[in-house]
Design a binder for this molecule. Structure first.
Ligand code: HEM
Ligand SMILES: N[C@@H](CC(=O)c1ccccc1NC=O)C(=O)O
Length: 284
C-alpha cells in the first residue's frame, strides 16, 4: 500500500473487535439520538428533516449553554472570576454557532415550508423550555412565561426555580458589592423573579471600572464579556426574526402571536442596560 493507492492502511493496533466494549455509538446513545427525527408530513416532505434537525441541534447547544451558565453563576457567587470568564467565553462560541446555523434554515423557501407547516399544529419555538431558562439566567425574567408550561408540571417547576434565582447580572452586582463598589443595596437582595429595571445610580459603578481599567482588570473584562453575550443573544433574535420574515412573511405564528412583530418586540429587551448606558459617559 502506498500513497499512490489512495488507501490508508488500518494499523494493526486499531481495535476491531468491539464486542463487550464501550463503543462510539454506545457511549453517545446514537440509537436514541438518531431515531428522534420523525417527520410527520405525508407523503414525507423532503425539507421537514432540515426543520427538525435545525431545532434539535439548537436545543442541544442550548443544553450546553444552560450547563455553562449554571457554572458561571456558581463561580460568580463565590467570587471565582477566572472560571466565570472561561465559561462565558465558551457560551459566546456556542452563541456564534447558533447564529451561523440560521444560514442553513434560510435555504428553506416559503413554498417548501407551507407544504409541511400544517403538521406543526400549535407547536412553536415559543414553547422552548431551554430557551426560556437561558433568557431567565441572563435576566429577562417574565413570570407569565410559566403559564405556557402548565401542561408539564416538572418543566414548569424547573423554570420557576430559575425565575426566582438571581440572574447573571444579579450575581455580578452582588460580586461587585462584595468588592466594595457602591452598588445600591436594594439591588442586592430583591425579588429576583422581577426583571432588572434600568437604574441611573448603577452607572457610576461601571464608570469607575471603565475609567480606570487597570485598577480592576478582572471586573473590566467581565463587563465586556457580559456585553458580548448580550450582543450575541440579540443577534440570534434578530436573525430569527429575519429568517421568519423571509419564510412566512407577516403570517401569524403557530404559537398564536402576531409573528414577525412579536419577535421584533423582543429586540427591545435588554439584559445589562447600564453596561451599555455607561459608554455615553466615558471620558466625560
Ligand atoms: C421556519 C422556521 C421558523 C419559523 C417560521 C419560526 C417562527 C416563529 C414565530 C412566528 C414565533 C413567535 C411565536 C409564535 O406565534 O409561534 C417564534 C418564536 C420562537 N421561535 Fe421560531 N421560527 C422558526 C425557527 C426557529 C428555530 C430554528 C428555533 C430554534 C430553536 C426557533 C426558536 C424560537 C423561539 C425560542 C421562539 C420564542 C421567541 C420569543 O419568545 O421571543 N424558531 N418562531
Ligand atoms: N412558529 C412557527 C412554527 C415553528 O417555527 C416551530 C414549530 C414547531 C417546533 C418549532 C418551531 N420553531 C420555532 O418557532 C410558525 O409559525 O411557522
Amino acid at each position: 500500500m502506498s500513497a499512490d493507492d489512495n488507501l490508508r492502511a488500518v494499523e494493526a493496533g486499531v481495535t476491531r473487535d468491539l464486542r463487550d466494549r464501550q463503543t462510539y455509538a454506545g457511549y453517545l446513545h446514537l440509537d436514541r439520538l438518531l431515531s428522534a427525527q420523525q417527520p410527520l408530513s405525508e407523503p414525507e416532505h423532503h425539507d421537514e428533516l432540515l426543520f427538525i434537525v435545525q431545532h434539535q441541534t439548537s436545543e442541544l447547544w442550548m443544553r450546553l449553554i444552560i450547563h455553562e451558565l449554571d457554572a458561571v453563576l456558581s463561580a460568580l457567587s463565590i467570587d471565582d472570576l477566572g472560571p466565570a470568564q472561561k465559561g462565558l467565553a465558551r457560551v459566546k462560541q456556542i452563541q456564534r454557532q447558533l447564529f451561523e446555523q440560521w444560514g442553513v434554515l434560510a435555504t428553506l423557501t416559503p413554498s417548501e415550508y407551507v407544504k409541511f407547516r400544517g403538521v406543526l399544529g400549535d407547536a412553536s419555538g415559543f414553547q422552548s423550555l431551554q430557551y426560556r431558562i437561558i433568557e431567565f439566567q441572563l435576566g429577562n425574567k417574565n413570570r407569565q412565561m410559566l403559564d405556557v408550561f402548565a401542561h408539564s408540571p416538572a418543566d414548569q417547576e424547573r423554570l420557576r426555580r430559575v425565575l426566582e434565582a438571581p440572574s447573571l447580572y444579579d450575581e455580578f452586582l452582588r460580586h461587585l458589592a462584595r468588592r466594595d463598589y457602591p452598588v445600591p443595596a436594594d439591588l442586592l437582595d430583591r425579588d429576583f423573579s422581577e426583571p432588572h429595571r434600568r437604574r441611573e445610580d448603577l452607572i457610576p459603578v461601571f464608570k469607575a471600572i471603565y475609567d480606570a481599567p487597570k485598577r480592576d482588570w478582572e471586573a473590566y473584562e467581565l463587563c465586556e464579556e457580559l456585553v458580548d453575550v448580550e450582543e450575541s443573544f440579540q443577534l440570534w433574535r434578530f436573525r430569527h426574526m429575519k429568517t421568519v420574515q423571509r419564510i412566512i412573511g407577516y403570517k401569524r405564528g403557530t404559537g398564536g402571536s402576531s409573528g414577525v412583530g412579536f419577535l421584533r418586540a423582543a429586540l427591545d429587551l435588554t439584559f445589562f442596560p447600564e453596561l451599555l448606558d455607561v459608554r455615553t459617559e466615558i471620558g466625560a
